[in-house]
Design a protein. Sequence first.
Length: 281
Amino acid sequence: MGELRRAAVLGSPIAHSISPALHRAAYDALGLDDWRYDAFELNEETFGAWFTQLGPEWSGLSLTMPLKRVVVPFLAEVTPLAAAVGSVNTVTWTPAGEPVGTNTDVYGLVQALRSVGVVAPVKSACIVGAGATASSAVAALAELGCQDVVVLARSASRAAQLLALASELGLTARVGALDEHDTVLSAEAVVVTLPGDAAGAWADALRPAAAGQQPTGPMLDVSYHPWPTRAAQLWTSVGAASVGGFEMLLHQAAEQVRLMTGLTAPVEDMRVAGEKVLASR
């Protein structure tokens, strides 16, 4: 057994995270017996003191809310993508010991959308909700060659930053209301970033329109438990494809494994481990 290497997921609340199961499954499949992956409950007040005492055995951190912005002042470098979306979900260290922040959520979103048949270039897309995941969704759609994106949000002011990001990435964008049902149903790709109850209410309101007009494109709902969500059930009921946030989480974790270990992640082994955890809840 070699020298211990450590990694962990940080955030609050953290008990629900399936990241430990995903990363540990990767280590097992790769034969990384000297790697250890933990979970730590940390918030804005406790993160700094914890982070600054880390030793050289640390190789990577996975960050969830509320730390994706909190971490930035502690980093020597932030990748352009993470800086653009304003969200760091991964920290690794250079050979010189300098911490670097990046974002693998965008990669996860791209892979999840591809898994349900979204292929570049995407002419039009719709993002439902303007929360934290929405910025990564804008970047993912840009990577898929999207030309036009509509952000449906309860508050136009909350979507202002998304419009700026879309412009920076070369997309044409506008903000619309959550009841723009035709916009959703005609989009080549739909990403739902609303929290569970709000997403369910939105899907229920959309159902009458969807009964008369089948959605043009697949839908990614970033929620993953319980699954299927009401939005996913709606897409399935009219014969359209949908995918949940687990697929995004799986692939962003796989990219983290690659960044932290330098090895290609065993995605299917990780999938089995994650699905086992979710099935037990």
